[in-house]
Design a protein around this ligand. Structure first.
Ligand code: AMP
Length: 212
């Protein structure tokens, strides 16, 4: 089963995506994680992506399509995959449709996380991320040790600073919201869930959309 997670930054796609992936026994790919790892390792991809990411702008479609193609060709994804933040523009949705078709597959569910902007700003500005595992946490400070005791330290992502958050929300409305209309126009299986509330409640709603 191929599941596309759509929703603004801070809607919980990462956390819920992990849970859906675990329930279905399939991997999750997040382009944001792939790009942050590349930035950390100082690779060519990372150098190309960093300035866009720091501002909260989107990395060019051609870069994302390359990552998408490579990731979907991995044998680990034969049973399915959860795509978290991988599709953020209409050309990316078109590119994904092409890649899946070439592989004899299709997107089974487009799961949309609905949530109000003020809640997103509150969540993102209170978020810290482990610099080693890249997992997000709330209620902790930059500089604290990772609560998972992985040896990492919590940091504030550059794009979780207030100006970048505002830009990411603008970018979402301008470039990613139209992806939803594109999928509806294609007759895709688009399911919207209320992404406010406790993590566990949202997980129940999310799992119901994939038959769990
Ligand atoms: P995320 O971790 O999903 O919030 O992504 C962090 C940043 O990575 C975004 O603000 C973009 O700069 C970049 N990024 C991640 N995925 C994509 C994508 N599919 N298209 C363009 N840029 C992306």
């Amino acid at each position: 089963m191929i599941v596309v997670l759509l929703g603004p930054p801070g809607a919980g796609k990462g956390t819920q995506g992990e849970r859906i992936a675990a329930a279905l026994g399939v991997p999750k790919i997040a382009t944001g994680d792939v790009l942050r790892a590349a930035v950390k390792d100082g690779t060519k991809l990372g150098l190309e992506a960093k300035a866009f990411m720091d501002r909260g702008d989107l990395v060019p479609d051609a870069v994302i399509l390359g990552i998408m193609k490579e990731a979907l060709a991995q044998p680990a994804q034969a049973k399915g995959v959860i795509l978290d933040g991988v599709v953020r523009t209409v050309p990316q949705a078109e590119g994904l449709a092409k890649v899946t078709k070439e592989l004899g597959r299709k997107v089974d569910v487009v799961l949309v996380f609905d949530i109000a902007d003020d809640l997103l700003v509150e969540r993102l500005s209170g978020r810290t991320t482990c610099d080693r595992e890249q997992k997000p946490f709330t209620g902790l400070k930059p500089g604290d040790p990772c609560p998972n005791k992985c040896g990492g330290t919590l940091v504030r992502r550059q794009d979780d600073e207030p100006e970048a958050i505002r830009n990411r929300l603008r970018v979402y409305q301008a470039q990613t919201a139209p992806v939803l209309d594109w999928y509806m126009g294609q007759g895709a299986n688009v399911v919207r869930i209320d992404a406010a509330g406790s993590f566990d409640d949202v997980t129940k709603r999310a799992l119901a959309t994939v038959g769990r």
